[in-house]
Design a protein around this ligand. Structure first.
Ligand SMILES: C[S@@+](CC[C@H](N)C(=O)[O-])C[C@H]1O[C@@H](n2cnc3c(N)ncnc32)[C@H](O)[C@@H]1O
Length: 272
């Protein structure tokens, strides 16, 4: 998230809070943490206490995690101080002091050695697609595996579908702005894809490229194989159910057979 517009610094001079728009467009931290805790309990029979949010950005999930239980601790890791500071000022500031005392944020590379041990490591919003080679992905997965406590989980989300193999743009209207997810390119030789998020506050000009991502599109079997190679014992795929209208319903269930939709989201859950 380096090519970002500072609040108010855009040539259109539109005042907007890009992280607030981002949260309302692509994050659901309150319900996501419930899914992680429930899945952990179902698969391991244990309650996880230490949650590590890799690529944490504004660490919205860490802030929700410590609200769930007085014993829960959260560790967030991200390279970029800008979203980290936003999260401290806007999300941590809404928590009780006792709750913030159970959050530790580290400005670090997730590939750094000796990251803190955890019961549950999470990589959300496809952030690990930043790794373009199998070797780097394997290094990351091996590092996560070695930092997990016994009988613990690594959870990551993933996405795909026929729409991801070409340029396209989709939009979602919110109360006071429209969110755009723009896939600029896809290269079938490298699977490299470039994406942008644009926002258009109602009645104002569209603000282009507020967030940009340079990713490799990874398939579920590729990721499963790498997870197995680094020693994860069982890999589960949680596929999203569909509404009557054919969209995602936000309910993810473990399955061995997916559905070839134009666009899908799933969770990969790896047991160590
Ligand atoms: C797509 S954003 C996701 C933020 C957050 N996880 C979410 O769910 O919205 C990706 C984040 O990963 C961070 N990032 C990218 N490469 C990283 C690395 N090697 N180590 C740590 N953070 C990294 C970026 O700074 C950015 O905040």
């Amino acid at each position: 998230m380096s090519r970002l517009h500072k609040k108010g610094a855009h040539p259109n001079a539109v005042q907007f809070d890009k992280y607030d728009y981002y949260r309302r467009s692509v994050q659901s931290p309150e319900s996501d943490v419930l899914f992680y805790r429930k899945t952990f309990k179902e698969l391991t029979g244990r309650t996880p206490q230490i949650f590590r949010e890799d690529f944490c950005g504004t660490h919205a999930l860490s802030c929700e995690w410590v609200k769930l239980d007085k014993k829960f601790k959260a560790i967030g890791i991200d390279l970029d101080p800008e979203p980290i500071n936003y999260g401290k000022q806007n999300y941590q500031s809404k928590l009780a002091t006792e709750q913030t005392s159970r959050i530790e944020i580290m400005q670090k590379d997730v590939l750094s050695k000796d990251l803190p041990k955890a019961d549950l490591v999470l990589a959300a919003n496809f952030s690990y697609f930043v790794f373009k080679t199998r070797e780097r992905m394997k290094t990351y997965f091996a590092s996560v595996k070695s930092s997990l406590n016994p009988r613990s989980l690594f959870i990551m989300d993933t996405f795909g579908g026929s729409l991801c193999y070409d340029a396209n743009e989709e939009s979602t209207r919110h109360k006071d702005f429209t969110y755009f997810w723009d896939q600029e390119s896809f290269d079938p030789i490298t699977n490299r894809a470039h994406f942008h998020i644009h926002f258009k506050p109602h009645g104002k000009k569209k603000i282009e490229r507020v967030f940009s991502y340079d990713w490799r599109m990874w398939s579920v079997p590729e990721l499963k194989e790498i997870l197995e190679e680094v020693g994860f014992k069982k890999i589960h795929i949680y596929w999203e159910g569909t509404t009557r209208a054919g969209g995602g319903n936000g309910v993810f269930k473990s399955t061995s057979i997916g559905e070839a939709c134009q666009s899908w989201i799933a969770y990969i859950v790896a047991e160590n």
